[in-house]
Write a protein that binds this ligand. Structure first.
Ligand SMILES: NC(=O)c1ccc[n+]([C@@H]2O[C@H](COP(=O)([O-])OP(=O)(O)OC[C@H]3O[C@@H](n4cnc5c(N)ncnc54)[C@H](OP(=O)(O)O)[C@@H]3O)[C@@H](O)[C@H]2O)c1
Length: 282
């Protein structure tokens, strides 16, 4: 099968490059990022998708804070461009695998989020990502939407790399303990997308995926420091100590039962995947 990947210079896109040489080696991949294919260009997307059996959308406007001041561009990339990809998938009869976010939910409650729970985004990023999901579903194209959370990898900018660089220069750090969720290693998510690609007629719909387990950003930072052998002291603090335009969900644990059972997955615990990532960064 011919597969178009968008946003392939990002965290997830880079991991899809690895999957293309491993579990999906029999498929023909076309890797693009904005220089080769700007997904906001509907005509270019239609052209690039000619003859493909699947599109994997790893492109997005992912700067949650900057989105608050740039709603137009965030909406263009996260919503309008998702509609472009859906239209191209529909025209080709291709499967669109699209990645969304836990930020489509508000942060209230304390039970893991299932796919059918009502959405309630708290900011521009979540609103525009939700609009992207809705445009894909409304298009009638074959689609799988995977909502994920707290994504990190050896590529690009992310919490793990930020913590490692701060820990290298500071004796101590304060990290919030009142936001709880589950980290997701982009390599694990890319492997799941590979499994879906290799599944004949995969069940369409919305799925949740993160690593297993639950932690606060504080717990995550402590584990990063321990695995890196850093002497930096990590202390817990409240979110209000880091004023931001964005209200982040206080509780955003995703329930992965649906994706685990549908695709017979064994999902790694977040600490095991973090260990793997830190080893690679070393
Ligand atoms: N990062 C997280 O913590 C997180 C959490 C939950 C869900 N997600 C979702 O997971 C998916 C993958 O995220 P990620 O962290 O891998 O993203 P990322 O590292 O920010 O990569 C996104 C890629 O898309 C590219 N891009 C931006 N605008 C584009 C356009 N108009 N046309 C084509 N490519 C464009 C970016 O290029 P530039 O860098 O040049 O802009 C970048 O290479 C996204 O859908 C994101 O919303 C991420």
């Amino acid at each position: 099968m011919k597969i178009l990947v968008t946003g392939s210079n990002g965290q997830l896109g880079n991991e899809m490059r690895r999957v293309a040489t491993e579990s999906c080696a029999e498929h023909e991949f076309i890797f693009t990022d904005v220089a080769e294919l700007d997904i906001t260009d509907a005509g270019a997307v239609l052209e690039a998708a000619k003859g493909v059996g699947a599109i994997i959308n790893c492109a997005a406007y992912t700067n949650v804070d900057a989105a608050e001041d740039n709603e137009d561009i965030a909406h263009l990339i996260n919503a309008t461009a998702s509609a472009n990809l859906a239209a191209a998938a529909k025209a080709e009869g291709a499967l669109l695998i699209h990645v969304s976010t836990d930020y489509v939910f508000g942060g209230d409650g304390n039970t893991p989020r299932t796919e059918d729970l009502p959405t309630n985004p708290l900011g521009v990023y979540g609103r525009t990502k939700l609009a992207g999901e809705q445009a894909i579903i409304a298009s009638g194209c074959r689609h799988i939407i995977i909502r994920t959370a707290w994504l990190y990898s050896v590529h690009g900018k992310n919490f793990v790399k930020t913590m490692l660089s701060l820990m290298a220069t500071r004796p101590s750090l304060n990290v919030v303990f009142d936001q709880v969720g589950t980290p997701t290693y982009a390599g694990d998510l890319a492997d799941v997308i590979g499994t879906i690609i290799n599944t004949p007629a995969p069940a369409e719909g919305v799925y949740h995926y993160s690593n297993e387990g639950v932690c606060s950003w504080y717990d995550f930072a402590v584990a990063i420091g321990q695995l890196a052998g850093s002497p930096c002291v990590v202390a817990p603090c409240h979110s209000c100590e880091f004023p931001s335009k964005v209200t982040r969900p206080a509780f955003s644990v995703l329930d992965k039962t649906k994706i685990r059972t549908t695709f017979n997955l064994s999902i790694p615990h977040w600490h095991a995947s973090l260990t793997h990532c830190i080893d690679k960064l070393k």
